[in-house]
Design a protein. Structure first.
Length: 91
């Protein structure tokens, strides 16, 4: 059985095909899209998530909803292409 989002403590989205944009109107088609990652986090709240692995996704910008996960203590962003962090990163 699948765990409910309340039970998830660790989430591995490294080099994830699921984060690639499939919207033909998006300039990021077939690339990891920040809006898709943000939507995923908003639609699937993980109140007990402690570890999130986003390595190897070529992410350039982090979506704000990542910083709404208050239980998050480990965020793996290795092998990405970050060019800026959201303002909430300073909180």
């Amino acid at each position: 059985a699948l765990a409910s989002s309340n039970e998830v403590r660790s989430l591995d989205l490294s080099a994830s095909e699921d984060l690639k944009c499939k919207n033909i109107m998006c300039e990021k088609i077939d690339e990891v899209c920040v809006c898709k990652l943000a939507r995923f986090l908003v639609q699937n709240p993980f109140p007990n998530l402690e570890s999130l692995n986003l390595s190897g996704n070529s992410v350039e910008v982090l979506p704000e909803p990542i910083f709404d996960v208050q239980s998050l203590t480990e965020l793996n962003l290795s092998y990405n292409k970050l060019i800026q962090l959201p303002n909430s990163f300073e909180r």
